[in-house]
Design a binder for this molecule. Structure first.
Ligand SMILES: Cc1cc2nc3c(=O)[nH]c(=O)nc-3n(C[C@H](O)[C@H](O)[C@H](O)COP(=O)(O)OP(=O)(O)OC[C@H]3O[C@@H](n4cnc5c(N)ncnc54)[C@H](O)[C@@H]3O)c2cc1C
Length: 415
């Protein structure tokens, strides 16, 4: 049996779910494809921050003392498999090159227009999907144990301010007023007061998929690897028959690179793995907002499932068994910051951030494959940028005026 749609969306993470929802809102017939349930990949377990500060790439640390601290493994910022690193040497070199102050400023300029819509597009879509309660106006607190740590990030704070991000500077009294349960170990904070966060990113992605289904779209369980080009359009075999689509959106997150290689398309994406664990609260001590321990290398977010601690970057094979050593370091540091009770899961969750060297996603046409659109490489910011990306994808696919000029986000910038 054949099922004909206008658009096949591959991948039901936050990016694919939001894209499918926006496409269905335009009246297009959509089939959203995943091999597992929606929102169960990377989009399940992140820190949940939604903010226009996502314009700032998470850069390679070029400051030597900082790099040495990361490499020493004392904090939760970095872990790597020395045997694996040579396999991504080219990508790491490009990442290093994109992390000069000039290139970071260029990346921020590239992403700022899309990031400016991050919160509004999520709130609008969540409201239409009936799940406004999953997005909260919390702000995001960047905490610094030392004045030196705070001073070393002033350039980033100024860059965010340049693009309209509210960055309020707090001292220890200001931190205590905002977060009374935080222990007095933090000297300074940068409070991104206009940031939002979701209390359950996986549930938010699922809600976007249900919204799409109510608008007539279908969710199909299938392996995207079976997609083939036809004389006109694309075909994908599923258990319920063959899906035919005029256009395809690739939103396969950390799995996009190998999929696209089959179409002779190379996307410069490497995976930064990261872990999370939930903790129960001690009494009523729950943070009011996501908090980043900048020098500790982890984030703590109040979530529906508990207080979630997420770790920094691990460079290892995407599919290698979990090595959650950073979580132990994050937990030890977090316990000096905030009262935490027990771990709530037997094992740490492992996620894979799909990163480009310049920290910005790749959104737009696929060179050499007419009808195929890319929405990949969202790295550290696929939750926050998910809805704005979905809106932009729907604009491009339907030929409407795009939310932002997509030229600077296209794959061509890497060639
Ligand atoms: C620890 C951590 C903390 C983070 N914190 C934040 C944060 O605070 N804010 C933020 O904005 N971002 C954050 N991120 C990043 C964010 O989670 C990702 O950028 C985002 O989830 C990527 O979404 P995606 O839809 O591109 O990919 P995914 O969510 O991974 O979705 C891809 C989907 O493709 C499917 N798929 C793959 N291969 C196939 C196939 N062959 N056939 C069918 N389906 C397939 C998968 O099953 C998956 O559902 C964090 C990430 C981590 C790891």
């Amino acid at each position: 049996m054949e099922h004909k749609v206008d658009v096949i969306v591959l991948g039901a993470g936050m990016v694919g779910a939001a894209s499918a929802a926006f496409l269905a809102e335009r009246g297009l017939k959509v089939a959203l494809v995943d091999r597992q349930a929606p929102g169960e990949g990377t989009s399940y377990g992140n820190a949940g921050v939604i903010d226009r500060s996502s314009l700032l790439p998470t850069a390679f640390p070029r400051h030597l003392p900082t790099l040495l601290r990361y490499l020493s493994g004392q904090t939760a910022h970095l872990h790597f498999n020395a045997g694996f690193v040579p396999r991504i040497a080219g990508w790491l070199f490009a990442y290093y090159r994109e992390s000069s102050p000039e290139r970071i400023a260029a990346s921020a300029a590239r992403l700022a227009p899309l990031a400016a819509h991050a919160i509004a597009e999520h709130k609008g879509l969540a409201a239409r999907a009936g799940v406004s309660h999953l997005i909260r106006d919390t702000g995001w607190l960047h905490l610094y144990r030392t004045q030196g740590g705070f001073d070393s990030e002033r350039r980033d704070h100024d860059l965010m301010r340049k693009y309209g991000v509210a960055v309020d500077e707090l001292d220890s009294a200001g931190i205590a007023a905002l977060e009374p349960h935080v222990k007095p170990v933090m000297t300074r904070a940068a409070y991104l007061s206009a940031a939002s966060s979701t209390s359950d990113p996986g549930a938010l992605a699922k809600a976007y998929v249900e919204h799409m289904q109510k608008l007539g779209g279908v969710f199909v369980t299938a392996d995207a690897g079976g997609l083939v080009r036809r004389a006109s359009g694309f075909a994908l075999a599923s258990e319920n028959g063959v899906i035919l689509g005029d256009q395809v959106v690739v939103a396969l997150g950390p799995w996009a690179k190998e999929f696209l290689a089959r179409f002779a398309v190379d996307v410069p994406i490497a995976v930064k793995r990261g872990y999370h664990m939930h903790y129960s609260a001690v009494g009523n001590a729950v943070p009011g907002r996501p908090m980043l321990d900048v020098e500790g290398g982890y984030n703590m977010t109040p979530m529906m499932k508990g207080i979630r601690i997420t770790t920094g970057a691990e460079f290892n094979d995407r599919d290698a068994p979990p090595t959650p050593v950073q979580l132990d370091k994050a937990e030890a540091a977090a316990r000096t910051l905030f009262p935490l009770d027990k771990r709530l899961e037997p094992q740490a969750w492992l996620g894979r951030r799909p990163n480009t060297p310049d920290g910005a996603p790749i959104i737009g046409a696929t060179p050499g494959v007419p009808g195929m659109w890319l929405a990949v490489g969202h790295g550290h910011w696929g939750i926050g940028l998910g809805a704005a990306t979905g809106r932009l994808v729907a604009d491009l696919v339907s030929g409407s005026t795009p939310l932002v000029d997509p030229a600077s986000l296209s794959l061509k910038r890497f060639t």
